[in-house]
Design a protein. Structure first.
Length: 265
């Protein structure tokens, strides 16, 4: 009986989050639309929506439901749980202004890349990768910068879990080829994405490290016809390396400042 109750509780939680994710994709939606999207009975869907509404995680306007603003506080807490995450924001803004392209700060969570900060420069192409978007790490410059500075067994675990799906014409889908690429990234300190995530889009990234491991990556992306040659291979990486160095120093000193070992009571 206990096992069945546990399974029921797990399924209930799964269903509630499926409804939340459906609302994220649908926007304001009627009960029937949500139930149809998930293949659930309307009565079941309504019970979950009512509970989520009581907890203020879902709002209702007439006959339409939508994500509740209570999630805003949770999202903010996740986005700032590491001091490095918040410190990265002005550097992302500066890179977007300097390059005119799209700049971002990406971190790894559960084996995926998560966009924490995104800024668009004056010429940036808006390709729909906003804050909170999840991506596979192997096909992006930021992801490769993070993987290159992660322990090999962690990289293996991530690849075992998520595989190497092809997202564009040049996506690396062979594990040995990816390992070779990551070794090159470690040696030069810069990762490149040459139309590996989106056809027609190039990107470059550098890791932001703490104690030798990447806490995230600064990246710049733009159309392949603009991100090319010395601008792509040298000038933008130099800007990012300078920003990453400053950010790493700030993160290190922030960590040191948080220690109370030197304080005389």
């Amino acid at each position: 009986m206990a096992d069945r109750n546990d399974n029921d509780a797990i399924q209930t939680t799964n269903t509630s989050f499926e409804i939340i994710h459906a609302l994220q994709e649908l926007g304001p939606a009627r009960l029937s639309e949500i139930a149809d999207r998930l293949g659930l009975a309307e009565s079941t869907t309504h019970r979950h929506l009512q509970t989520l509404s009581d907890l203020r995680y879902v709002s209702r306007d007439g006959d339409r439901y939508q994500i509740g603003l209570r999630f805003a506080r949770l999202g903010r807490a996740a986005q700032t749980r590491d001091p490095a995450y918040e410190m990265a924001k002005p550097h992302v803004q500066e890179l977007a202004e300097e390059t005119g392209e799209r700049a971002q700060f990406v971190v790894e969570d559960h084996g995926l890349g998560i966009y924490l900060h995104v800024e668009t420069g004056s010429r940036a192409v808006r390709v729909g990768f906003g804050v909170g978007r999840q991506i596979h790490l192997h096909s992006s410059s930021a992801g490769k910068a993070i993987l290159a500075h992660s322990p090999r067994d962690r990289v293996d675990d991530i690849l075992d879990q998520w595989g190497l799906p092809a997202h564009a014409t040049n996506t690396i889908t062979d594990r040995d080829a990816l390992y070779d690429e990551l070794e090159t990234v470690r040696e030069r300190g810069v990762a490149f994405n040459r139309e590996e995530h989106v056809d027609g889009l190039n990107g470059t990234a550098v890791p932001v490290k703490r104690d030798g491991r990447a806490v995230g990556a600064l990246a710049v992306a733009g159309p392949s016809h603009r991100l090319t040659g010395e601008w792509f291979e040298d000038e933008i990486p130099s800007m990012m390396l300078a920003a990453a160095n400053e950010l790493e120093l700030n993160v290190t000193y922030a960590s040191d400042a948080s220690s109370t070992d030197h304080i005389v009571e």
